[in-house]
Design a protein around this ligand. Structure first.
Ligand code: SAH
Length: 401
């Protein structure tokens, strides 16, 4: 799995808004209320905010000039005060399975990755919430990168804007969209940047703009319990929980956040997650790590823990990255694990890894500059790791629905 893929498309950074002045406001990422307040500050009537919102998020315009329902005088005035920001695309890669990954430079510094996973008539965009991550989950590539900063609402919405630009999905249509779903499963822990994530998702859900329903949005957390209730109450999006182990001794090791919020507390927060019921189950993610969390007794304990929770379990074959300290469980072990959970009445599909050839699969995201840094460290370090490659073969498993 090399980083130097032939299919990297090097791009010049977008120069849509040639160096906006320091006091100019980025219209992307403002809440509706903030946009109204800004419009009034610019000396325009409040109703202009509604029109601007429509141009930004329904039509996806990239310049104020394109807002043709506004008079030239109004457009000129706006252009003096504000601009329409986009992250710049450093490069994009297209996998042999059509998964696409963008490396985006975030205004103000830092890089994040965004991944689009197409299916037949729909697709999920996997969005990052932070540059790096503070949680250091042992099996996660992003976890080896320190937290550099929280993304702003503009940075988060910007990832979707870039994806929609790429697939030509403007104006927002009612149905038939390729970019139909959002998963907050990229780099970072969304519940540790909740205010910005919430602001961005409210923009994305707004029915007069991008209009992606809360039912098509899933937020994944490693278990930052204090913000789970807020997430349910304020956003009411689908929840995914990265469980990965059924005993605290193991979970403490592989998801260190467990030392603060152990399994019992996490599951209690799941039981009381606002809006969860049978029709809208919580997804538990479980990465299959050979000899660590994949025994039959682990599967039975998982079933016991799920009691009373409307749950489905996603089994994720471990996606290896250079230097990862784990191996993926064997196909037979994963199938047996899945069978035990299925027999107890829970759905437990095995997730087909996507975009592995471009390092876009779950847990492989990492900024290019960090990867380069790591590579040079690896080159100078002794080769004592003795880590073997992932023995798992994707074709052995059914595709998750
Ligand atoms: N911080 C959030 C979201 C980011 S990770 C969270 O922890 O949920 C998205 C999912 O990918 C999580 O379930 C994460 O545990 C899983 N993941 C991370 N590294 C992985 C790897 N190498 N192989 C398979 N899944 C991985």
């Amino acid at each position: 799995m090399s980083d130097t893929q032939d299919n990297i498309i090097q791009e010049k950074p977008l120069a849509l808004n040639p160096s906006p002045a320091a006091d100019q406001v980025d219209l992307i990422g403002l809440s509706r209320q903030e946009l109204e307040a800004a419009v009034i500050r610019f000396g325009l009537p409040k109703f202009r905010a509604k029109q601007i919102w429509h141009w930004l998020y329904h039509r996806g315009v990239k310049s104020i000039d394109e807002m043709t329902t506004l008079s030239l005088r109004v457009r000129d005035k706006l252009a003096g005060y504000c601009f329409i920001g986009r992250p710049s695309v450093v490069n994009q890669q297209l996998s042999e399975d059509n998964t696409r990954k963008w490396l985006l430079a975030i205004p103000g510094g830092g890089e994040v990755e965004t991944v689009f996973i197409p299916e037949r008539e729909r697709g999920a965009l996997c969005i990052s919430s932070q540059v790096g991550c503070a949680l250091s989950c042992k099996f996660c590539h992003t976890g080896t990168q320190p937290l550099l900063r929280n993304l702003t609402a503009a940075d988060i919405v910007g990832q979707l804007m870039i994806a929609r630009d790429t697939y030509g999905e403007w104006p927002s249509s009612r149905g038939g969209r390729l970019l139909s779903n959002i998963v907050m499963m990229g780099m970072g822990e969304p519940l540790l940047n909740f205010d910005n994530v919430a602001k961005a998702l409210k923009i994305v859900m707004d029915q007069e703009g991008i209009s992606i329903s809360k039912r098509r949005i899933t937020l994944s957390t490693a278990g930052y319990v204090p913000n789970m209730k807020r997430c349910g109450e304020e956003l009411n999006v689908n929840l995914a929980v990265s469980l990965h182990a059924v005993r605290n001794e193991i979970r403490d090791e592989i998801v260190p956040l467990n030392k603060k919020f152990p399994i019992e507390e996490l599951l209690e927060a799941c039981r009381s997650y606002p809006g969860s019921h049978n029709a809208r189950r919580i997804t538990f993610e479980y990465v299959m790590l050979k000899g660590i969390n994949d025994s039959e007794s682990d599967a039975r304990e998982l079933v016991r823990l799920m009691r009373g929770i409307p749950a489905k379990i996603n089994l994720i074959p471990f996606n290896a990255w250079p230097g990862a300290p784990f191996e993926c469980s064997s196909g037979a072990t994963i199938n047996r694990f899945s069978e035990i959970i299925n027999n107890a009445g829970y759905s437990a599909p095995v997730r087909m890894p996507r975009g592995r050839d471009i390092m876009a699969a779950c847990g492989q995201l990492k900024s290019a500059s960090e990867r380069a840094k790591q590579k040079s460290q690896e080159a100078t370090a002794s080769s004592s790791c003795g880590r073997s490659s992932n023995p798992y073969t994707a074709r052995a498993f059914p595709i998750n629905s």
